[in-house]
Design a protein around this ligand. Structure first.
Ligand code: KG4
Ligand code: ZN
Length: 339
């Protein structure tokens, strides 16, 4: 059984062919970073239009990498939730069209669940049940994952997502989009204790929520002080920039690790799965490993290549296919996160 998987929830157009043994036969990702860089964040309309231009070439490239033709596809899976409405529609329409013309079934993917399933693809044994932490540009959410088919939201951010905070702080510091990788690189030569930035809710074990807006404001005040809106003229030395990046990164990462520990204590799970673009962050991975040793839990972090958006993690659809969970061609997009 060959499954064609499509991913177009945000600003990556991606496809993969995975068989029912979970072997990846071919995959491709077209990033839109360069289109959104001048706006320092994703512009939904630009993202949707770029998906329209790229989805067919990406499918062709994926099939040629897999060495198969469309006629050898047995089912099509697509991420239809959550994401940007215009972006989701492009993937869903492409998937439905293929299902209709090829006469093959359609399978729905929850993109956020797929980020966690990336942990399973790397592991030699089942990773669920577990606490799941998704840290991406659009989501920062804790799940109680009973199985690969049952993900219940425990809590999430009340304002920005962790990746969004990286991107917005990078913008304040005059650094390019996406901000996560560049802040992480600068942070390596910075002092993590140079600024004492807030760690919202980190000392409230019963509160399974995140907030990064106060942290963003604190970085802004460190740049210009309160009441002064214009930070575009601020000139920082290399060391000042590195110290800000390191102190900011440490604050985000400490909050994520603290809340993951709280969620483990709250649910009684002894296993943690972490996925999403921010899970590629080296410092986060380091502190999670330290926490796993200190608290004696089993840690699964998505492999770095499967942290940012890709279609391979959509192999969670194989589980749905095995369970007979197929969709009609009436399937719609659901832009918001389902609880
Ligand atoms: O999962 P993803 O590709 O897209 C969403 O589903 O949102 O995540 C993209 C986010 C961006 O905000 C980017 O800045 C962040 O992941 N990111 C990182 C790193 N690599 C990507 N954040 C921190 N450290 C990184 N190394
Ligand atoms: Zn994502």
């Amino acid at each position: 059984m060959n499954l064609l998987i499509l991913e177009s929830t945000c600003d990556e157009t991606a496809a993969a062919v995975v068989n029912d043994e979970f072997q990846v036969l071919g995959a491709a990702v077209a990033s839109q970073d360069e289109l959104h860089r001048q706006f320092q964040g994703v512009v939904p309309e630009i993202a949707a239009r770029a998906h329209v231009e790229r989805i067919l070439p990406i499918i062709d490239l994926t099939l040629s990498r897999a060495g198969i033709t469309l006629q050898q596809i047995d089912a099509v899976a697509v991420a239809n939730t959550p994401g940007l409405a215009g972006s989701l529609v492009v993937g869903l329409v492409a998937a439905k069209t293929l299902c209709l013309t090829l006469g093959v079934p359609l399978i729905a993917i929850n993109h956020v669940h797929a980020h966690l399933y990336a942990c399973q693809l790397e592991a030699a044994k089942p990773v669920f049940p577990a606490v799941g932490l998704v840290v991406s540009g659009g989501h920062t959410t804790l799940f109680d994952c009973q199985s690969s088919a049952e993900f219940n939201v425990l809590g999430g951010t009340i304002d920005d997502a962790a990746g969004e905070a990286f991107d917005k702080v990078a913008s304040m510091l005059g650094l390019p989009y996406p901000g996560g990788p560049v802040i992480s690189r600068l942070a390596r030569s910075g002092n993590r204790r140079a600024h004492s930035f807030p760690r919202s809710f980190a000392k409230e074990p019963r509160r399974l929520q995140f907030s990064f807006s106060g942290l963003k404001t604190a970085v802004r005040y460190a740049l210009v002080g309160p009441g002064k809106p214009d930070f575009s003229q601020v000139k920082l030395s290399e060391q000042q920039l590195a110290d800000l990046a390191a102190s900011f990164e440490e604050a985000v990462v400490e909050c994520l690790v603290a809340k993951a520990r709280h969620a483990l204590a709250h649910t009684g799970h002894r296993r943690l799965c972490v996925g999403g673009g921010v899970a590629a962050n080296t410092r986060l991975r380091e502190l999670l490993h330290e926490a796993a040793v200190a608290d004696d839990f089993e840690l699964h972090i998505a492999p770095p290549t499967l942290c940012t958006d890709n279609a391979i993690m959509g192999a969670i659809a194989i589980e749905r296919w095995r369970a007979g969970k197929l969709e009609s061609l009436d399937l719609d997009i659901v832009p918001g996160l389902m609880r």
